[in-house]
Design a binder for this molecule. Structure first.
Ligand SMILES: *Cc1c(COP(=O)(O)O)cnc(C)c1O
Length: 450
């Protein structure tokens, strides 16, 4: 019997996420064996820039000595013990740290393993809060959401999502939400410039809140940028205005910082740009520097108190996962946060963000680039067939995908969202690295659309 190659075994045994496997089977697949700094190295020894931070998670690069050492050191003690009925050292230290670095309103940390779970937990907490707070409002059961939102792939997270391509199939399984047309784009549903569009959207939200606040538990929002929707940036001041409206109408604000958290937008959390204090916050992706699965839902003392009572009152939050508070992941997260301080990572980001901005001006001028959107180190480059009319390419052409394939030939891994090329490099990338990576993207777009 012939021995199968690794690639053949992959195609025989594995089902990849967000992947049409019929296409995958016909492709030359890249199998990663190692990492070094901001590069990935495959089984044939080829090196690639990690241009999307291994799907938006990596911060300091791969094989970062301090994180490697923290995990090994924790491994010398214990890898995992349950968080149900027991506590552990790194989870306690990390919770203290998270409360210290997140907005002041947030004082309690509930751990889980992925961004989707962190959102699910925020939804369940918000719902249950209104049911069992001191003066209960049992009618407040609905969630206000934005179109184009993405909050994860589990059923609750999909319910508050708004991307038809990903979510429409599951509609009969989902709970109902109150959807507001999102102002996170230039060609917005209100067909206005960004400022008046934001105003119009806020008026819409206010009307909904005026009429329906008695049935609404919380507003769920991606602060500053809707990532999976195609890197759509929010009008300035929008988040702050939403916070004020939620406060005025007694609706909780759930901020999904899964993508934006841990420096991605130029500050530790996107909320900080507008001085927003959320009632609940979901974090995940960057929390361990891209090393291990870990997530957290943070909330206020006010929400926490609604679950606090006598055992027989059954106000307990009946939720938890097998790996909640995992020690290895918490140790990696602590090392990640120490590196932010030691390397003054946030202080250095301003210059890097400028370099990205400069390089993007050249890309924006390309004849088939319709729009370039940037929020800190999160970038979306939208490809169009006709620049003036902003007509999209036919879906079946897979233009965005072909640009990413070309970038791979040129030594960089990126992954598109349809025809939006996503660039989200590790925050540790140097200014020179950033220039090289953006030049690869530029050349790849020229080659494919030229
Ligand atoms: C990635 C993402 C999620 C889901 O996180 P997972 O860890 O993939 O489950 C949720 N919300 C936002 C904004 C995200 O970008």
């Amino acid at each position: 019997m012939d021995k199968l190659t690794l690639a053949e075994k992959d195609k025989k045994y594995i089902w990849h996420p967000f992947t049409q496997m019929k296409d995958w089977e016909q492709e030359d697949i890249v199998i990663i064996e190692r990492g070094k700094g901001i590069k990935l190295i495959d089984v044939d020894g080829r090196e690639y820039y990690d241009g999307v931070s291994s799907l938006w998670v990596n911060i300091h690069g791969h094989r970062k000595e301090e994180i490697d050492r923290a995990i090994i050191s924790q491994l010398g003690r214990i890898a995992h013990s349950t968080f149900l009925g027991l506590s552990n050292v790194p989870a306690i230290e990390l919770a203290e740290k998270l409360v210290a670095i997140t907005p002041a309103s947030l004082t309690r940390v509930f751990y889980s393993d992925s961004g989707s779970e962190a959102v699910e937990i925020a939804l369940k907490m918000a719902y249950q809060y209104w049911q069992q707070k001191e003066n209960p409002c049992p009618g407040k059961t609905k969630f206000l959401t934005l179109t184009n939102a993405y909050h994860g792939d589990t059923i609750g997270a999909v319910s508050v999502g708004g991307i038809d391509l990903f979510h429409a199939t599951y509609r009969p399984l989902l709970f109902e939400t109150r959807k507001v047309p999102s102002p996170y784009c230039y060609r917005c549903p209100y067909e206005r410039d960004k400022e008046s569009c934001s105003r119009e959207c806020l008026q819409y939200i206010e009307r909904v809140l005026q009429e329906e606040h008695e049935s609404i538990a919380a507003f769920v929002v991606e602060p500053l940028i809707q990532g999976a929707a195609g890197m759509l940036t929010s009008p300035p001041g929008f988040l702050k205005a939403v916070r004020d409206l939620c406060t005025r109408y007694g609706v909780l604000l759930i901020v999904d910082e899964v993508a934006t958290g841990f420096g991605r937008t130029g500050k530790m959390f996107a909320c900080e740009h507008e001085g927003v204090q959320p009632d609940l916050m979901a974090v995940a992706k960057g929390i361990t520097g891209g090393y291990l699965p870990l997530a957290a839902t943070l909330t206020t003392e006010e929400v926490y108190r609604a679950f606090y009572g006598e055992y027989e009152e059954k106000k307990t939050f009946f939720h938890g996962h097998s790996y909640t508070g995992n020690q290895l992941a918490c140790a990696a997260a602590l090392a990640n946060l120490r590196l932010f301080e030691e390397e003054k990572l946030l202080e250095g980001l301003g210059e890097k963000i400028k370099v990205v901005e400069e390089e993007l001006t050249g890309i924006a001028e390309l004849p088939h680039v319709g729009e370039v959107r940037q929020c800190g180190m999160m970038v979306g480059i939208e490809l169009v067939q006709d620049k003036a009319e902003k007509t999209p390419y036919p879906w079946k052409d897979k233009t965005g995908y072909r640009v990413c394939l070309e970038a791979r030939r040129r030594g960089m891994i990126i992954r598109p969202l349809g025809d939006v090329i996503v660039f989200m490099p590790p925050l540790a990338s140097s200014c020179d690295d950033l220039r090289v990576m953006l030049n690869i993207i530029k050349a790849s777009i020229e080659t494919v659309t030229g």
